[in-house]
Design a protein around this ligand. Sequence first.
Ligand code: ING
Length: 318
Amino acid sequence: MARFVNVAIGQLGPIARSETRPQVVVRLKALMHQASAMGCDLIVYPELALTTFFPRWYMAEQAEIDSFFEREMPGPETQPLFDLARELGIGFCLGYAELSLEQGRAHRYNTSILVDRAGAIVAKYRKVHLPGHAEHEPWRRFQHLEKRYFEPGESFDVVQAFGGVLGMAICNDRRWPETYRVMGLQGVELILIGYNTPVHNPPAPEHDDLSLFHNQLVLQAGAYQNGSWVVGVAKAGIEEGVDQIGGSCIIAPSGEIVAACTTKGDEIALARCDLDLCNSYKRTTFNFDVHRQPSAYGMIVERKGVRLKADGTLFASD
Ligand code: ING
């Protein structure tokens, strides 16, 4: 019996700083209705989908920063989305800024949750690869202060849901092969990734013209090299003056793009994901048990950055 999951991209256009959570939830619900009407089982929303991408600004006051965070999920303003999901029998993946009190101390994460068709949270992921910088850098056209506003997560986990093995990642995570491989080693079959990606990257403007290419490249590589479906979902368009890429797409385990958005606004695109297609790669080319050579991979875990000899040449080996 084939294991199909009908997946919808729930791409969002810009969210203004002044837009309230209830106003955003109205947009999320509209996309959910559209997806449900087209027979979707699961809709995937972007990273930080409840607010504007606030790390683009330096804010000194913690109270102002915390205004962008959720203290509970669902809370009063997001409960209507959970209620609709249960009513329609559709699951969803939602990115948001999480403020979590742990042993009386506040912790802040860039978080994504997976909610099943009964409206229950079945998985939570906290972004591991926080890009950008921790201090105000006024030279930049806009800031990217994720290293200041969030703590990193500690693991890439998978969960049994929607008839298969699902995992989540967030934005910059998608650029790092380790993200996909750690989930691949847990048998992941469908990886859900929301993102907010400015076209312009201040430290490397020469990459700007390639921003959509790089987005697609890493999603396709991650899918193919781990025999998994991958869903990339943008918060797109010019948001508070910053142009963010679209490029939302669904990638099959073959690496092929099977669905894509064509606008930079609120849009859904759908694919019927046959989870059994993963086996064609997991059992042959990427049969990890048969082909991988972990004894040669030690540096991937032992080293953070490149290490050079004193004379600047590369280490032959440590
Ligand atoms: N955004 C960007 C991303 O990784 C970025 C940051 C842009 C990094 C361009 C490198 C180049 O897609 C988030 N939110 O991670």
